[in-house]
Write a protein that binds this ligand. Structure first.
Ligand SMILES: Nc1ncnc2c1ncn2[C@@H]1O[C@H](COP(=O)(O)OP(=O)(O)OP(=O)(O)O)[C@@H](O)[C@H]1O
Ligand SMILES: [Mg+2]
Length: 318
């Protein structure tokens, strides 16, 4: 296999809440992506997906770890040199409503991204480039003079995608890009993202809170629980042979279109809520909700190990 395009190693992001309280939002995660690959990142609300994304593009300074793009560790790059790498990595945010400045026209929202990276010389070229980008994502270039509130949710997310594309990125972190949208619009945005990936050779980290949509998007999937990756495998293998009890529970929650299968399917309902990342359980962090937990799980931290070829899981009993 060729050298990975993106390599994340031992990444941590801890928030100091004061009074000796440290919230370990991302607690030692490692993964890599090949060029043009999509890695899905899944886990329930609060497990650290967005924090991981924001730390990878250095919106947050990492507490520890290495983030390499094309062989360069960007945590070691000076602030002035970082700009060049920053344009290679873009993030599309969860909430298309909140992520666009309501007082700016679309021309200025996207134009601003072009300006920061010096990608348009002069007003006319800037406008032409914005219109061109809008057409690429299926919007009308003539609407560049409009404001965000004049667009629907799906159109606004297209604008968010356009802003990210404006700086010619190679790697995009898509943070639940469809979860705020109507179901009828979701497939359109997914198809747009797949289409853009093919045309531009983009590498995606696709964040989602459940496993249903991610299957169609992802080559491989990583499952996160309380700041850690608990399982990572090729998409088909994860769905066919889940190894970690948490992944099994997430999978059992996906409705199956066939009513006969759906009826006979065992649904694993997790007890309790996600524990606080300030004081996670000892041993395996999942043990307080795991239907199969034993004494060993409270005493020993399970490490990620290969349980099937190319398939890793962190469970003593996988
Ligand atoms: N700036 C911050 N300061 C302190 N704690 C934070 C900060 N950002 C996130 N957290 C905490 O870090 C943990 C992970 O949050 P994060 O937003 O990354 O989760 P998530 O997996 O993206 O959840 P969701 O699916 O709801 O978007 C949560 O406990 C959250 O409260
Ligand atoms: Mg999030």
């Amino acid at each position: 296999m060729s050298k990975p395009f993106i390599e994340i190693e031992g990444l941590k992001k801890h928030f100091d809440l004061g009074s000796n309280q440290i919230l370990k939002a991302v607690n030692d995660i490692s993964f890599s992506l090949q060029k043009g690959e999509t890695l899905g990142l899944v886990g329930e609300s609060g497990c650290g997906k967005s924090t991981a994304g924001r730390t990878i593009i250095r919106l947050y300074e990492p507490t520890a770890g290495r983030i390499s793009i094309d062989g360069t560790d960007i945590t070691k790059v000076s602030k002035s040199k970082f700009k060049a790498y920053r344009s290679k990595m873009q993030m599309v945010f969860q909430d298309p409503y909140a992520s666009l400045n309501p007082r700016m026209t679309i021309l200025d929202i996207i134009g601003e991204a072009l300006d920061i990276h010096g990608l348009a010389s002069g007003k006319a070229e800037r406008k032409r480039r914005v219109e061109e980008l809008l057409e690429i994502v299926g919007l009308n270039g003539e609407h560049a003079s409009r404001y965000p509130h004049e667009f629907s949710g799906g159109q606004r997310q297209r604008i968010g995608i356009t802003r990210a594309l404006a700086v010619q990125p190679q790697f995009m972190i898509l943070d639940e890009p469809i979860s705020a949208l109507d179901v009828s619009i979701q497939a359109q945005i997914i198809n747009l993202l797949i289409d853009l990936q093919k045309k531009m050779g983009l590498t995606y980290l696709f964040v989602a809170h459940d496993l249903s949509m991610i299957k169609y998007m992802s080559d491989r999937v990583a499952v996160m629980y309380l700041g850690k990756i608990v399982e990572l495998a090729k998409s088909e293998d994860l769905y066919a042979n889940p190894q970690h009890p948490y992944t099994k529970a997430l999978l059992s929650a996906i409705p199956v279109p066939d009513p006969d299968v759906e009826e006979g399917k065992e649904r694993i309902v997790l007890k309790g809520d996600l524990p606080s990342p300030v004081s996670p359980p000892s041993g395996c962090a999942f043990r307080t909700r795991c239907p199969a937990a034993t004494e060993r799980c409270a005493a020993e931290v399970p490490v990620l190990r290969e349980t099937r070829p190319g398939h890793i899981a962190a469970c003593h009993y996988a």
